[in-house]
Write a protein that binds this ligand. Structure first.
Ligand code: SAH
Length: 455
């Protein structure tokens, strides 16, 4: 390791920017976040200069014998200027960063993930800006935007905790549980007052078993990349995961290795674990102090009985959060290149259950006939012939295009395209078995042009 990453105190320090400020924009931005005094001797007067606070624009190249700088940044095509700056920096032992010339730089700017007061810096010691940027983007996505608020909250509570918990091991365990639990989540939501109350209660309860919490998480339609950042973060913090049949098993790989995994999936006519039992299990596990992730396919509030599962929690006063997921309609339509609305074809969209109720498709058929409305049927595969017949009988054009999307968003995704009239026969001749979603409407015509997820 040729270079050391250090945090420098910049309050009141003078930094000199030479050359073209546009080329040094990232570095000026980082410096501007500190309390450094930035001085420019620039070839062009750009917005970056006029927007910076605590700046001084120099008319002449400064006299480095009399003025002491903590850092010089030179970004210029003018080799004469670069040479002069490098020589001066060396003579006066000032760290210098030279744009695109790591070999001339004695200081490099790492890429920053700024969650002030927490800063994460990624550096390749000048070897590859592309790689550091890539890593920065990845880490950036993992750290909640409000992480800094949590750090400030912890800082403010440090003395209190030290006083109450004298053993270092107790303190470590306490802080770890704080960083991952309800307090952190409350602060990320900007509710510091509420966090104060929970904190006080938790600290007072130290030594007693505290109540856990439940995260009702939408796992999306299949492709694990469609998980939200929040879903990922909470999954990684959960002690127990209860998951359904439609959850892609590879999503479970994101849970912490010690997490207990409980399958509570349901097939259509085969309720593996009755709903009431699932509801009760969530309550019992949370009461044991566990953080419970209830992972459901798609979005928990769309044909997912998510509402029923959290009703019991609300009644018991158990803290919970609902994390939306990409519902099958969104996932399948995107991956099939079928926009659900389109100015020329559809002004609205309906999500409908195609599941029989007491052997009947008890639906408001007359409201489905308008040609400029897209219909999306969930759970309708085994009744698709009935659905098509009903729509035609109620006046929807029999030539209306229909797309059946099976295993949407996954490598095994398949599509069957037909019309309301021809779909039942086409489906019979196919081997589609689900999970599958049906999209009805003129928007289906766009698939031919917009299909991108070829497999
Ligand atoms: N809560 C889920 C829906 C549960 S109902 C959501 O928001 O997506 C189950 C139905 O969703 C299935 O019968 C099927 O119609 C649809 N579905 C779920 N995942 C799917 C997938 N990957 N491809 C196609 N349809 C899917």
């Amino acid at each position: 390791m040729a270079q050391l990453l250090l945090n420098l105190s910049m309050a009141g320090q003078a930094c000199l920017i030479l050359g073209d400020p546009a080329l040094a924009a990232r570095k000026i931005k980082a410096l501007s976040k500190t309390e450094a005094c930035i001085e420019f001797f620039c070839e062009k007067h750009t917005d970056i200069v006029s927007q910076s606070e605590c700046l001084k624009v120099l008319e002449l190249y400064p006299d480095l014998d009399t003025k002491k700088y903590a850092l010089i940044v030179v970004a210029s095509e003018d080799l004469g200027l670069v040479k002069r700056a490098v020589a001066d920096a060396k003579a006066h032992q000032i760290p210098i960063n030279v744009y695109k010339k790591p070999e001339l730089s004695t200081a490099n700017f790492p890429y920053l993930i700024d969650r002030d007061p927490i800063t994460i810096a990624v550096s390749s010691q000048g070897a590859s800006a592309q790689m550091t940027r890539l890593i920065q983007t990845k880490i950036n996505a993992l750290i909640p935007v409000q992480f800094g608020r949590l750090a400030n909250f912890f800082k403010a509570k440090q003395m209190l905790v030290n006083k109450k918990l004298t053993a270092q091991s107790d303190r470590r365990r306490f802080w770890e549980s704080m960083a991952d639990g309800a307090i952190a989540e409350t602060i990320y939501q900007g509710k510091e007052d509420e966090a104060e109350k929970i904190f006080e209660k938790r600290l007072n309860e130290e030594g007693n078993a505290a109540c856990g919490e439940v995260y009702l998480i939408g796992a999306g339609p299949g492709d694990p990349d469609l998980l939200t950042f929040k879903a990922l973060r909470l999954l990684q913090s959960a002690d127990v995961i209860l998951y359904d049949r439609l959850v892609n098993p590879s999503i479970l790989d994101y849970c912490k290795p010690t997490a207990e995994r409980l399958y509570v999936g349901k097939a259509m006519s085969n309720h593996a674990v009755p709903q009431s039992e699932i509801n009760q299990r969530l309550i019992d596990l949370a009461k044991e102090g566990k953080r419970v992730a209830r992972l459901k396919g798609g979005d928990p509030f769309i044909f997912g009985r998510g509402g029923e599962e959290i009703e019991g929690l609300a009644e018991e006063g158990i803290p919970f959060q609902v994390i939306p997921g990409i519902t099958a309609a969104n996932g399948c339509s995107s991956y099939a290149g079928i926009p659900l609305t389109h100015r020329d074809y559809a002004q609205s969209v309906r999500f409908i259950t195609g599941h029989l109720k007491e052997g009947e498709l008890d639906l408001d058929w007359p409201s489905f006939v308008s040609q400029d409305q897209t219909l999306v049927f969930y759970m309708g595969l085994s009744n698709l012939d009935k659905i098509c017949a009903k729509l035609i009988a109620h006046g929807r054009d029999k030539e209306t295009p229909v797309a059946l999307v099976e295993k949407g968003t996954m490598p095994a995704q398949r599509l069957l395209i037909a019309t309301l009239e021809t779909m039942p026969l086409k489906l019979k001749a196919s081997s589609f078995e689900g999970p599958a979603l049906t999209i009805v409407g003129d928007v289906v015509k766009l698939h031919e042009k917009l299909d991108w997820f070829h497999n």
